[in-house]
Design a protein around this ligand. Sequence first.
Ligand code: NCD
Length: 309
Amino acid sequence: MRSRSVLSAGQFSKEQLEKLLETSARIEAHLQNHRQLPLLEEYVLATLFFEPSTRTRLSFESAMHRLAGRIISTVGVQFSSLAKGESLYDTLKMIEAYADICAIRHPVEGASAIAARNISIPVINAGDGAGEHPTQALLDLYTIRKHHSLAEKPVTVAFVGDIRYGRTIHSLLQMLANFPVEMIFISPVEIGLPDKYRDFLKNKKIKIVETEDIAALREAQVAYVTRIQEERFPDPREFEKFKDSYIIDREMVGKCRPDLIVMHPLPRLSEISLDVDDLPNAVYFEQAENGLYTRMSLLLDLLDVPFVG
Ligand code: NCD
């Protein structure tokens, strides 16, 4: 069987994304009146998380449960045989026999690509170090599309915070590049846009602005705010320097476009004040909910099980 893995957001065509989003919307509608969509009764998902996670793992597992599938799971090196020195390769080899599909989060960039090369079941990259997080990008895209059409007029998306190490940004910018968008990158220069993504956007002829000035947010229709990725900094003092670079509060949102939506992959630290939460612009909890529908849609697609309903 050919393995259909999800390793990078850049692997999807616009048509594939449209199809996944369309199915996600139908799943969301279905779940308004049903608790389950029992299409994966025969399947087992393995979630292998070697880095902290709350939403990603729980929404993958909830997605599989809502599809009536089964789950096996290991969390953290300390609870698995990796703590006994078992190599990742050996762990993966046996997962192939235990599960039909797996989602992996690992601190090393490219870990899921290595996994996909070595096992025959589909591998989903659920975050590889400072690399990518393509399934987060899918739910982010779904959320943006619910609020802004992404059809003809370009939508202005501002990324705020840690653009260098923020893997959710790396994935989302690649998916968004399929649609009419303009992008603003707001960050301290040292944690700005990596060259490879600047080149990528240039090739795709996407208009971008890079700035340190948070006032640029006033132009935006989407504020994609991120946590400074403390665990990725080689030198902790560097993190200290950037940790409170930007704080989005109610007053600032009040000065922005009324149609601005404020997004965050979560967990948030201080970068969005709590007083933003009850503004209609704040969509980060809705965004987390959308992870369920988009991951259900993706699991069906990768396992080649259609949802005709
Ligand atoms: C993100 C991640 O793990 O990259 N979280 C998530 O999956 N929702 C963002 C982060 O940790 O800052």
